[in-house]
Ligand binder design. Structure first.
Ligand SMILES: Cc1cc2nc3c(=O)[nH]c(=O)nc-3n(C[C@H](O)[C@H](O)[C@H](O)COP(=O)(O)OP(=O)(O)OC[C@H]3O[C@@H](n4cnc5c(N)ncnc54)[C@H](O)[C@@H]3O)c2cc1C
Ligand code: FES
Length: 338
């Protein structure tokens, strides 16, 4: 049985990992500890820690977030490790990682599904209490045999307890295929909210939101939050990149806002030129990061920028924005969907 008391050597902070907590990271965040993290999926390496004493178990084999050097030094990932009994660890906790809303597990009932494309589906779950999160955040959904994956909310926080997700069915993907088999009326366990790539509560800059493929949900949530703002003239540009015209969706989530076509604009880009021509696509063809840079040029630096999607898209955007265009890091917020 996993679980025990975890002591952080640097600060003396202590917290309990219960068998239901899933990982050391989830136990720490639940206890309100500012444990560093980004993806909760083993991909980014942000939650690395050094074991000092005690026993640990791996939740995944060879997670991409650990280098060979890390493995040789015995470094572990908190999102992919559980304690067996009491342990002590070394990690630098920071206030910015403390969850802003309580991070909690609850049962939620699937009340509605809606297909957006042949492989993208919106799922609506009903939770027991108000759905409190910051637009751009995500939750962990638990499935059979201990499988857990992260999914970003696409709606806005609400007192009615609704959690909306837009999920892409991955060919051969274990979890997404299980989710697409769920019937209305069935329940899942949700653990959330967490995530740091959420809408800024202070910035007043114009905004560029960029989603690729499965990255649509958090971008729609952020755009909805910004489009709901009153007494502002700031512009919100939403870019969505898909492979073919049949993959493009999401515009209808935003077209009902009063500011649609004025301060809120949607740009879609497809990358497969042959498929675009075959479908008679008259819109833009190319990669979404190039589309953003060619439209804004140096003015990209005047914006608050949010993006979400597969790691190759995120890497292309990081290179273009941070290295080539020198956009200040604090204006860029992103989630990589490992
Ligand atoms: C922060 C974040 C937000 C995301 N939001 C969305 C979203 O809004 N919509 C969407 O469609 N997708 C989202 N994803 C991707 C999603 O979590 C899944 O990776 C995706 O649905 C494919 O899962 P799968 O099981 O079908 O595919 P698979 O290919 O079977 O698995 C996907 C990945 O999960 C890894 N994995 C295996 N075991 C574990 C484990 N125990 N814990 C964690 N990972 C494991 C595998 O190594 C593989 O790389 C998000 C990912 C992250 C990190
Ligand atoms: S948060 Fe653990 S590897 Fe990303």
């Amino acid at each position: 049985m996993t679980g025990g008391e975890i002591i952080i050597e640097e600060t003396g902070e202590r917290f309990i990992q219960l068998p239901t907590d899933g990982s050391i990271l989830r136990a720490a965040l639940r206890a309100g500890i500012g444990f560093p993290y980004e993806c909760s999926s083993g991909g980014c390496g942000s939650c690395r820690f050094r074991p000092i004493s005690g026993e640990f178990v791996d939740l995944a084999e060879n997670p991409g977030g650990l280098s060979e050097r890390d493995k040789r030094k015995g470094v572990r990932l908190a999102c992919q490790s559980s304690a067996i009994g009491d342990v002590s660890i070394s990690v630098s906790t920071r206030r910015e990682f403390v969850p802003k809303h309580s991070f909690a597990r609850f049962e939620a009932n699937l009340t509605q599904v809606r297909d957006l494309t042949s492989d993208m589906r919106e799922f609506t779950f009903q939770g027991p209490t108000a759905a409190m999160f910051i637009p751009g955040q995500y939750a962990l959904i638990e499935g059979p045999e201990g499988m857990t994956r992260c999914y970003s909310m696409s709606n806005l926080p609400n007192n009615g307890g609704e959690w909306h997700f837009i999920i892409k069915r991955v060919a051969g993907g274990h979890f997404s295929n299980w989710l697409f088999g769920l019937e209305v009326g069935e329940s899942v366990t949700i653990d959330g909210p967490i995530g740091l790539a959420h809408v800024s509560e202070t910035s007043q800059r114009d905004v560029i939101c960029i989603a690729g493929g499965s990255g649509l949900a958090p971008i729609i949530s952020i755009a909805r939050a910004l489009a709901s703002e009153q007494d502002t003239e700031r512009l919100i540009h939403v870019f969505y990149g898909g492979r073919t015209p049949a993959d493009i969706c999401g515009e209808d989530y935003l077209s009902g806002f009063a500011c649609w076509g004025e301060r809120l604009r949607f740009h879609s880009v497809v990358s497969d030129e042959e498929a675009a021509k075959a479908a008679g696509w008259s819109g833009e063809i190319g990669f979404v990061h190039n589309s953003v840079i060619s439209r804004f040029g140096d003015r990209v630096r005047d914006h608050e920028i949010y993006f979400a999607g597969p790691p190759p898209m995120a890497t292309a955007l990081q290179t273009a924005l941070m290295i080539e265009m020198k956009v200040p890091f604090e204006q860029i917020h992103f989630d990589r969907f490992f």
